[in-house]
Design a protein around this ligand. Structure first.
Ligand SMILES: Cc1cc2nc3c(=O)[nH]c(=O)nc-3n(C[C@H](O)[C@H](O)[C@H](O)COP(=O)(O)OP(=O)(O)OC[C@H]3O[C@@H](n4cnc5c(N)ncnc54)[C@H](O)[C@@H]3O)c2cc1C
Ligand code: FES
Ligand code: FES
Length: 480
C-alpha cells in the first residue's frame, strides 16, 4: 500500500509515494542510489547500514543512530534521515580524520557505519564522552578486517577533542551541542536549517493505515522475521503514534507507553529509582543502536521465552492495556498461553504497560546468561523482586526465561518462598521446586541439562548478590 511520506534526506526535502513497510536501507540503495549506506547482515547485527534519524521533541531536535535495515520508510514522515553522504563536506570531518589518522579503515565496508555511529554519539548531551562512551557508541558496529584497537585510538582523539568541549560544557543541551559540532565541521552547515523545515512537515498528517496486516514498532523483530513480506503488506508504523510513548508515574503506578524503547526505559530517572541497576542490565541487551529502536511492547508481543525486558516486567507485576474496539487490561502473568500464543486479538494494540511503584526496601535483581556477556540472546535469564523483613521473605516475585515455551512466572517457587527465612537450606529447597516447575529444551543456546544447571546457579546468584551478609556462595555449597 502506497503512502505519501514527507521527510528530509540529508539536505533534500523528499515526498515519496512508497509502501509504508519499504525498508529504509532498500529505499536508500535501490531508489536513491545512496550506496554509502552498506548492506551487510540485514538483521541489525553488523551496523554497516547505520543512519541517523532526527526528530523534533518538545521543540528540540534529537538524533539517534539506528540500523536502516530494520526501519519502515513510512515511519520517517516528519523526520530527518542522515546518511554518510549527508555528513560529508569538502574536508574530512574530525570523526573521519581520527579514523584515517589511526589507520582505522582497511577494506572500508564498515567505515561509513562507524562514522555515523561516532558522529551520532557526539550529538548526545546525556551520555558521557570518555573511553567507555566510545565503546558504547560502537556497540552495534562490526569491523572484520581492521580490528578495534585502531578504532578505540580514534575514539581517544574524539574524547580529547570534544570531551571537554561541546558534550561536557554547562549547561548542555542538544541545541548548543549541534551549534558547536557545526562550528567544528563534524556536521555540515545545512543542519542549522533542519528544525524549521521539519516543523513545516510535521504539521502535515499521514492518514493511519486502516486494518493493517502487521504492526511494526521498533521493527527489530519484525524485519528479521518477516522482512521480505512487509513492503508488500499493509503496515501500521506504531512510531507514528507518539501518544503511546513515554513514562509517567501517577497514583503510585508507573505507566510506560508500549513504544518506549529499551534505551528510554533504562535511562529514565523514575525507572532508575525503582531499579537502580537498570542501566547496567540494559548493557546486556543488544547494542545501543538496537536499544534505540527495540520497544518494551515489542519485547512482550513477540513472546520470545527469553525476552529480557519481559522477564523484568513479569516481576514488576505488570498489567497490559490493550486497545481494540474496547480497551481492556490483562495481567502480564496470564498473558502468555502457549508458545507464541497470547491473550490478544490480532487487531488489538498494546498501548501501555502499568506496574505499581515498589514498596520501600524492595530489591530487584536481573541475571542473564548468554554465550557472550553482552550483545547476545540469553540461554536463560531471570528477574527477582523481593522484600525481606528481619531476614524473612515478606514478598517475592520470580521469573525465568528460556526454560519453558513462554516467559515463565515461577508461581510455585514464589508460593514456597513466601514467609520463609533467607538461608542456604531455604534456597536449596526452592531450587528443587524451581526445577520441577520448568521444562527446558535443548537448542542452539544450550542443552536442557545445562539450562537446569543455570536455573540453580541463577537462584543462588540472586540471593548471594542481594544478601551477601546472610548467604554467600561458600555457605551455600556447605549445604550440599
Ligand atoms: C541485533 C539484535 C539484538 C537483539 N538483542 C536482544 C536482547 O539482547 N534481548 C532481547 O530481549 N531481545 C533482543 N532482540 C530482539 C528484539 O530487539 C526485542 O524483542 C524487541 O523488544 C522487539 O521490539 P520491537 O519494537 O523492535 O518489535 P517489532 O519488531 O516492531 O514487533 C515485534 C512483534 O510485536 C508486535 N508489536 C510490537 N509492538 C506492538 C504493540 N504496541 N501492539 C501490538 N503489537 C505490537 C509486532 O506486530 C510484532 O509481531 C534483539 C534483536 C536484534 C535485531
Ligand atoms: S545490514 Fe547489518 S545491521 Fe543492517
Ligand atoms: S575496515 Fe574492513 S570491515 Fe572494517
Amino acid at each position: 500500500m502506497l503512502s505519501q511520506i514527507h521527510f528530509i534526506l540529508n539536505d533534500e526535502n523528499i515526498r515519496a509515494d512508497e509502501p509504508v513497510g519499504l525498508l529504509v536501507l532498500d529505499f536508500l540503495r535501490r531508489r536513491q542510489k545512496f550506496t554509502g549506506t552498506k548492506e551487510g547482515c540485514k538483521e541489525g547485527d553488523c551496523g554497516a547500514c547505520m543512519v541517523l534519524v532526527g526528530e523534533l521533541s518538545d521543540g528540540h531536535l534529537n538524533y539517534k543512530p539506528i540500523t536502516s535495515c530494520l526501519i519502515p520508510l513510512g515511519e520517517l514522515h516528519g523526520k530527518h534521515l542522515v546518511t554518510i553522504e549527508g555528513l560529508n563536506t569538502d574536508q574530512l570531518s574530525p570523526v573521519q580524520k581520527a579514523i584515517v589518522d589511526e589507520g582505522g579503515s582497511q577494506c572500508g565496508f564498515c567505515t561509513p557505519g562507524i562514522v555515523v555511529s561516532l558522529t551520532g554519539y557526539l550529538m548526545q548531551s546525556d551520555y558521557s564522552l570518555d573511553d567507555d562512551g566510545i565503546k558504547y557508541a560502537l556497540g552495534g558496529n562490526l569491523c572484520r578486517c581492521t580490528g578495534y584497537s585502531s578504532l578505540k585510538r580514534a575514539g581517544k582523539h574524539l574524547v580529547k577533542q570534544f570531551g571537554n568541549g561541546a558534550n561536557n560544557s554547562e549547561p548542555t543541551n542538544n541545541d548548543t551541542i549541534f551549534d558547536e559540532l557545526i562550528r567544528q565541521n563534524v556536521l555540515p552547515q545545512y543542519f542549522k536549517t533542519v528544525p524549521e523545515r521539519l516543523r513545516n512537515i510535521s504539521s502535515l498528517k499521514t492518514p493511519a493505515v486502516e486494518k493493517p496486516d502487521y504492526f511494526v514498532a521498533g521493527g527489530t523483530d519484525m524485519y528479521v522475521q518477516k522482512g521480505e513480506l512487509l513492503p508488500d503488506s499493509k503496515v501500521r508504523a506504531l512510531n507514528l503514534h507518539p501518544e503511546i510513548k513515554g513514562i509517567k508515574v501517577e497514583n503510585n503506578e508507573v505507566r510506560v507507553g508500549a513504544i518506549t524503547t529499551f534505551e528510554e526505559f533504562a535511562n529514565h530517572p523514575e525507572i532508575n529509582k525503582i531499579i537502580p541497576e537498570m542501566q547496567t542490565y540494559n548493557l546486556f541487551n543488544a547494542s545501543w543502536q538496537i536499544r534505540n529502536r527495540a520497544t518494551l511492547g515489542g519485547n512482550i508481543i513477540n513472546a520470545s521465552p527469553i525476552g529480557d525486558m519481559t522477564a523484568l516486567l513479569l516481576v514488576l507485576n505488570s498489567t497490559l492495556v490493550l486497545q481494540g474496539e474496547k480497551s481492556r487490561r490483562v495481567p502480564l502473568k496470564s498473558f502468555f498461553k502457549e508458545y507464541k500464543i497470547l491473550d490478544k486479538e490480532p487487531s488489538e494494540i498494546l498501548t501501555e504497560i502499568v506496574f505499581p511503584v515498589s514498596a520501600s526496601n524492595t530489591e530487584i535483581h536481573f541475571e542473564k546468561i548468554s554465550k557472550r556477556k553482552t550483545l547476545d540472546i540469553a540461554a536463560v535469564n531471570s528477574a527477582i523482586k523481593i522484600k525481606i523483613t528481619k531476614q524473612v521473605i515478606e514478598q517475592i516475585e520470580l521469573s525465568m526465561g528460556g526454560v519453558a515455551p513462554i516467559p515463565l512466572y515461577m508461581q510455585a517457587t514464589c508460593d514456597y518462598l513466601q514467609g520463609l527465612p533467607v538461608n542456604p537450606e531455604t534456597i536449596q529447597a526452592a531450587i528443587n521446586i524451581a526445577l520441577s516447575e520448568i521444562s527446558p529444551i535443548s537448542d542452539i543456546r544450550g542443552s536442557a541439562d545445562y539450562k537446569r544447571l543455570l536455573v540453580r546457579q541463577i537462584l543462588i546468584a540472586h540471593f548471594t548478590k542481594l544478601y551477601p551478609k546472610i548467604v554467600n556462595v561458600k555457605s551455600f555449597y556447605e549445604v550440599n
